[in-house]
Design a protein around this ligand. Sequence first.
Ligand SMILES: [Zn+2]
Length: 106
Amino acid sequence: MTITREGDGGKEAVRVSLRQKKCTVFALMLGVPALLYLIAMALERTGLDVYEAIPAMAFFAVIAGVLLHLCWMRCPHCGSWLERNDGEYCQNCGKRIDWDAKPGKE
Ligand SMILES: [Zn+2]
């Protein structure tokens, strides 16, 4: 099964390994809310409007992280969602998952 590349027009498509995608997802789901929390702490006494929006921003970061996880964390062989599978093998087709492989190499 060939995976359709995003942005077919761009020849220099960004090639990202599963590991990098996973890091991005976790940075979004954990790092962004943590950062926003720190910002909220800093802004607490200022009474700025931004302060009110921070929980919503954190919420959206988590939602985006979940969506990206659903889109990205897929087996390169059968395309099934890996869920929390960190192992070397796909839980669905049993093939080896190369976490550092960058798709699109020719
Ligand atoms: Zn698979």
